[in-house]
Design a protein around this ligand. Structure first.
Ligand SMILES: *Cc1c(COP(=O)(O)O)cnc(C)c1O
Length: 264
């Protein structure tokens, strides 16, 4: 009978066997990640077809919060370039490690978490995009703190389409004023809107909320603002978001698996 390494507890293996068992584990994780990546890209492509939209019209932001730099590097090896993070300290450590150790990967980093004003400097220094701007003070600080030798920050206004149920995001009625302020700031480029609708398993509710995000985007265009990004849709509602016009889905769980932390 052949030996299946995975069935032998590693403490019973000689050192070489332990190494192989560990490598097998890593290879399993890498192939699971590749399989998930393909599945998510297939879901996006199918949703585009169903909505009669061109296949390249929706981009994928891989949300790597709580997962290590090794997982990011593994997904980058499969072809993913854009990653999203929510927690400043965790993100800066990951971004710095990857920039130092894997400059060849040329990753693009998006900040998508709540922003405290004492964290704007770190965000301005390390990220390429900031999607979660919900007030003028944050926009002003990010513009002031963005270094002159870096490209301007690409930004979205986070809009609250779920009313009282959600505390983060700008009220739809205030989005145009905030967007105009952003456009007046020298180191920011306004790209569009981002939303985190209240989770629902009801597709009609998902579609209704996604349609409201699209409505806010349309209002910005009608006001003469040049925007091209609707960042909406997560693991559970990719299809609804794309059906209602999303141009960027932010996917964590469907790529990396469930997060250990439950505070998000
Ligand atoms: C965590 C998070 C995601 C990813 O959510 P999943 O359900 O794991 O795909 C997307 N956007 C934001 C803002 C998040 O905080």
């Amino acid at each position: 009978m052949g030996i299946v390494w995975g069935t032998i507890p590693s403490r019973h293996l000689k050192p070489a066997g332990r190494l192989i068992a560990r490598m097998n584990g890593t290879m399993d994780e890498a192939s699971a990640l590749q399989r998930n990546y393909k599945e998510v890209l297939d879901r996006i492509a199918a949703a585009c077809r169903a909505a009669d939209r061109p296949p390249g019209s929706v981009s994928l932001l891989a949300v790597s919060k709580t997962f290590g730099a090794d997982r990011v590097a593994a997904l980058a090896a499969a072809g993913q370039r854009s990653f999203g993070e929510n927690y400043v300290q965790e993100a800066v450590a990951k971004i710095t490690a990857l920039r130092n150790e894997r400059p060849d990967l040329r990753l693009e980093w998006h900040f998508i978490g709540p922003i405290q004003s004492n964290k704007t400097r770190l965000i301005a220094e390390h990220f390429d995009w900031v999607q979660s701007i919900d007030r003028e003070r944050i926009a002003e600080r990010l513009s002031e703190q963005r270094a002159a030798d870096r490209p301007p920050l690409q930004v979205c206004v986070q809009v609250n389409v779920s009313g009282e149920a959600s505390k983060s995001g700008c009220a739809p009625a205030d989005v145009i004023a905030l967007a105009r302020r952003i456009v007046s700031l020298p180191r920011l480029v306004l790209r569009g809107v981002m939303a985190i609708p209240e989770p629902s398993e009801d597709v009609a509710i998902q579609r209704g909320q996604a349609a409201r995000v699209r409505g806010v985007f349309d209002d910005l265009r009608a006001a003469g603002l040049a925007v091209d990004t609707i960042s909406n849709g997560m693991s559970a509602d990719i299809e609804s978001a794309i059906a209602e016009g999303s141009t960027m889905v932010r996917v964590g769980t469907a790529l990396f698996g469930r997060r250990a932390r439950v505070d998000d």
